[in-house]
Design a protein around this ligand. Structure first.
Ligand code: C5P
Ligand code: ZN
Length: 497
């Protein structure tokens, strides 16, 4: 008979599971630097004094949540404003920003990498992508007059890939404008989860943690500790185990094994009315035994750490709605934005029921698209191995907006070399879209995909940027192989001892 331990964050003691670093409570004290607070106040003053504002934001979950926070903030201020969604910053977007006749353009979750190209008076950027290194010198004059504000964690020595996201920076500005905007903190938490900021530590840390604290204090988010598999509210129990990541040898992928595992613990996959049960429907003790089984069988200590960690509940919605779990909420937003549906994400956030139905359909399509794209790459053996990178060039079969997700999923699958970054190419309207992803191990060894994408793209007349672990670029058609050679050389430089 095994011990059943209570499953709250304060009563985690279970030596077999909890040996990993995620359970160390020795989290360093974090506080916002005074310089950031001063910069936020200056940017807030500029927003408050503007009459008409244009908001530009990114199409992914972090961008949609950033846009939601910005628009709610402006609407509470009674401002006249419009919101536009962009896949990325292009020359055309830069031109539009520079010539926009609003008093102020507020760019969220985008913009930092192109800061020196914005010449307009009246600009606020709340972003977390690696900033344009030319900006400080290029625009110091403008910023000295308080006309151009860039709020980006990298400028304060904080890493935008896991310490704070675009929605987090947007929220910090919103809260500076009015502390009552603390009720928007949960939206920033969803943005952070959407940008996978909790991946590295299996929990939100650093500035994200401070924002999470705001959301918890406002009563909008509850933090619990447990199995971090995706879909606790929307994936039927067997599929929840079958498709869980990281994979557990002998369990994941096999529906019958997953069903048998549940049965072996006397856990039924359906309720007394024959309806499918979900992870969130289980008793705490049932969750415990299953989790214990997965942890015991995990392939490595690293997988054990990834399996367990914090889970975030959005208390405004039932978990079964697909919006009560931060990961599921973020996935829903992602599936809207990446298929050109700008309207549904903001509609869901405002609570529309029909919007939820639309989003559910989008999410189903999104899942189907990703899984067929993954199969397409695998079945056609598209993944090629270079000297220092692995890559696939798929033409137009995979949508440019999901090719990055596919690259990321491939990186986590068994058939690829975790010691080489993946570079994926897809056709886009304005050239070739490149997505680059690398394992954390490579990042720890000094790989910086953001810099590599920026430099390699520039060398062929394209534009690139992003984060050390996930970056991208757009390059002219026909330049794929020259670009790849440049990437090979840059990766080699980064990783040579
Ligand atoms: O599109 P994907 O998910 O691969 O993008 C990964 C990262 O690279 C994102 O943070 C994105 O903003 C950045 N990126 C960029 N310039 C591009 C394409 C992507 O900065 N042309
Ligand atoms: Zn982001």
């Amino acid at each position: 008979m095994m011990d059943i331990m209570p499953f709250g964050r304060d009563s985690l003691y279970n030596p077999r599971w909890m040996a990993g670093p995620i359970m160390s409570d020795a989290v360093p004290e974090v506080a916002f630097p005074p310089k950031l607070l001063a910069d936020l106040r200056r940017a807030a003053a500029q927003i408050v004094s503007a009459r008409r504002i244009t908001v530009i934001t990114h199409i992914d979950a972090d961008g949609i949540t950033s846009g939601a926070i910005a628009s709610e903030t402006l609407s509470r201020l009674g401002k006249e404003f419009t919101v536009h969604f962009e896949k990325k910053i292009t020359d055309e977007v830069i031109e539009r920003v520079n010539s926009d006749d609003a008093d102020l353009v507020w760019i969220c979750d985008l913009g930092s990498a192109y800061m020196s190209q914005f010449t307009r008076i009246g600009l606020v950027v709340t972003d977390h992508h690696v900033p344009d290194s030319n900006w400080r010198t290029g625009q110091s004059l403008l910023s000295a007059f308080g006309c151009s504000h860039q709020l980006n964690p990298h400028l304060y020595g904080v890493d935008g890939s896991y310490e704070v996201c675009g929605a987090g920076m947007t929220y910090l500005l919103s809260k500076t404008i009015d502390p009552r905007n603390q009720d928007l903190a949960y939206i920033a938490v969803i943005g952070a989860i959407g940008d996978l900021q909790d991946l590295q530590n299996s929990r939100l840390v650093s500035w994200n943690r401070l924002i999470l604290d705001d959301a918890v204090e406002a009563g909008d988010v509850e933090v619990s500790f447990g199995l971090r598999y995706f879909g606790r509210g929307t994936r039927p129990l067997v599929q929840f185990l079958q498709y869980g990541e990281p994979a557990i040898p002998g369990i994941t992928g096999d529906m019958n094994v997953c069903l048998a595992l549940l049965e072996s613990f006397g856990i039924s996959a359906v309720d007394s009315n024959g309806r499918k049960r979900y992870w969130c429907d289980l008793e705490e003790s049932e969750r415990m035994v299953v989790t214990d089984e997965l942890v015991t069988n995990a392939g490595s200590d690293a997988d054990r750490e990834t399996l367990l960690g914090e889970v975030y509940t959005i208390t405004r919605y039932p978990v079964r709605s697909g919006l009560g779990d931060a990961k599921e909420f973020a996935t829903t937003l992602n599936s809207c934005g990446r298929y050109g549906d700008d309207a549904t994400g903001p509609r869901i956030r405002r609570g529309g029921r029909s919007a939820l139905k639309d989003a559910e359909n989008k999410r189903r399509d999104h899942r189907r698209n990703i899984s067929s794209a993954l199969n397409y790459v695998k079945e056609n053996s598209l993944l090629m191995r270079g000297s220092h990178v692995q890559y696939f060039i798929d033409g137009s079969a995979i949508k440019e907006t999901v090719v990055g997700i596919v690259a990321n999923m491939l990186l986590n699958s068994e058939d690829v070399d975790p010691d080489m970054p993946i570079i994926a190419f897809a056709e886009a309207d304005d050239g070739i879209k490149v997505s680059a992803r690398a394992s954390k191990r490579l990042i720890d060894r000094g790989l910086d995909l953001s810099r590599i994408m920026t430099e390699a793209a520039a060398s062929v007349g394209g534009l690139g940027g992003g984060h050390s672990v996930a970056a991208g670029a757009t390059i002219p058609e026909g330049k794929e192989m020259v670009f790849l050679d440049r990437v090979e050389a840059l990766v080699k430089d980064c990783l040579s001892p």
